[in-house]
Write a protein that binds this ligand. Structure first.
Ligand SMILES: *Cc1c(COP(=O)(O)O)cnc(C)c1O
Length: 463
């Protein structure tokens, strides 16, 4: 029976949600003090329930609160209640998504998301898709499909050709990691320079491909990014697709960060041309506020998914042969796979595609509010990023951004990170939490300025 635990869950959840408002920042515990301050240690003997519950509650309340109004540190934040509901139920159901026999209607739920997502990007009649364990793994699946198309023997014999991959200098670090996993090699990745907005320069891409062909290499994979990790820039997909089509190279669009713009009528133009890509992914756990992880991978020709990921297994695939496409294990990276679909479905079902679009629009609105504030206070701030991005990068004049972010963290004030581009380092403020309003943005600056002014004063004293 789990009734008792559900009661405990409700009690701890209530305490957490109250604490999130009253103490949005959990007091920082240095790693070497964890065992002294919290009852983390595991022992030989059972303990009484009240002792257990107290220990658990303390650990929960001391954990960083990623849904609070002062968390701006990551490319996710906030929570959509309807999505949390779906996640909690998928934990209780505990299905695995590999077969229809075990997943049942949940397979239909996943397939419906893939279908509607593919229709949104006008992917034609033959697309397929899957859920991967995250954006890095979606990118991994894309590079594997590209490899298997360019080097037909690779799947059985290992890579036999000098394959080369292309991605922008501002793209995610999973691209070289995945090149290593795929047996391509990290040295076979070419980093294409970006313009001042952080977008890949298509002419430089064309040049790099020509050089590789002349050197006897086989260009096989181009990664374009929809929302780069630091500046939140969108590569120009149409121009990149012209090059990939001219050379018959697989084009993947990494939309882990901002691919969810597909839901917004106002902002989907930022990924115009995505219908020409061979594969595309978006992380619903970033822009859409769905709990981690929720990464959707779409593939224009579903045959590519089967070619790279299908493997017969008599002990697993025992039924539903006439509906084999409902056996999702034939197109996934994993064997046992948790249900990441239901939490996106519960949200989408309740608010509709238009509601998801509003979540996206709110983030761009908050980024506009942020840029307006920085421009209005140009005496104090320098701004590094550009319109149409939800990452707003800036510096408080005279204060080192790394020291500022660290100080805000150590003083339990707020959580925000820094990033670098073209040799400049700055605070990277991300307006990903669509639960926020203009008020929370202005409060962020109030809290930040208190610490920044303190640091300026201290510097004056030191000098
Ligand atoms: C976050 C991110 C990823 C990685 O996604 P995970 O779900 O964290 O693995 C990949 N690419 C980009 C552009 C990202 O922002």
């Amino acid at each position: 029976m789990i009734n008792k635990e559900l009661e405990v869950f409700n009690e701890i959840a209530k305490a957490l949600l109250t604490d999130e408002v009253e103490n949005p920042i959990s007091e920082v515990i240095p790693p070497n003090e964890l065992h002294g301050k919290l009852s983390i240690e595991l022992n030989e003997d059972a303990i009484p329930d009240p002792v257990f519950e107290k220990a658990l509650k303390e650990i929960i309340l001391k954990t960083p609160k990623t849904s609070s109004k002062l968390f701006f540190n990551q490319l996710f934040g906030g929570r959509q209640p309807k999505a949390v509901l779906g996640e909690l139920l998928s934990v209780l159901l505990n299905n695995s998504m590999y077969t229809y026999k075990v997943g049942g209607p949940q397979v239909g739920v996943e397939k419906e998301i893939i279908k509607k997502s593919g229709e949104l990007i006008e992917y034609g009649d033959n697309f397929g898709g899957t859920f991967a364990a995250g954006g890095s793994m979606s990118n991994f699946m894309a590079i594997l499909m590209a490899r298997d198309r360019a080097d037909k023997g690779a799947i059985d014999k290992g890579v036999t050709k000098p394959l080369t991959a292309y991605t922008s200098a501002a793209s995610h670090y999973s691209i070289p990691k995945n090149a290593a996993f795929a047996g391509i090699g990290r040295d076979q990745v070419r980093y294409i320079p970006t313009d001042k907005h952080g977008r890949m320069i298509p002419a430089e891409l064309g040049k790099a491909i020509k050089e590789d062909i002349e050197a006897g290499n086989l260009p096989f994979f181009i990664n374009a990014t929809a929302g780069t990790t630091v500046l939140g820039a969108f590569d120009q997909i149409e121009a990149i697709a012209d090059i990939s089509e001219a050379h018959n190279i697989w084009l993947h669009v990494d939309g882990a960060y901002c691919g969810s713009v597909i839901f917004s009528e106002k902002y989907r133009h930022l990924i115009a041309g995505v219908n020409r890509a061979n594969s595309f992914n978006y992380n619903a756990h970033k822009m859409l506020g769905v709990p981690l992880s929720c990464s959707v991978l779409l593939v224009k020709d579903k045959g590519d998914l089967y070619k790279s990921f299908s493997k017969e297994a008599a002990y697993l695939y025992q039924t539903d042969h006439e509906f084999d496409e409902f056996n999702l294990g034939k197109t996934s990276l994993q064997c046992g796979r948790r249900n990441d679909a239901l939490k996106l479905w519960t949200l989408w079902k309740s608010v509709g595609r238009k509601g998801l679009g509003e979540v996206v629009n709110q983030q761009f609105h908050l980024a506009d509010v942020t840029r307006d504030y920085l421009r209005a206070n140009a005496d104090k701030y320098s701004l590094y990023s550009f319109d149409d991005s939800i990452s707003v990068c800036f510096n408080y004049k005279g204060v080192d951004p790394k020291e500022l972010c660290t100080r805000l963290y150590e003083d339990n004030e707020l959580l925000v990170g820094f990033g670098s581009f073209n040799g400049e380092t700055f605070v990277r403020f991300v307006t990903i939490n669509a639960n926020n309003t203009d008020k929370e943005i202005l409060n962020f600056f109030k809290v930040l300025e208190k610490t920044a002014e303190k640091m300026v004063k201290e510097q004056l004293v030191e000098v």
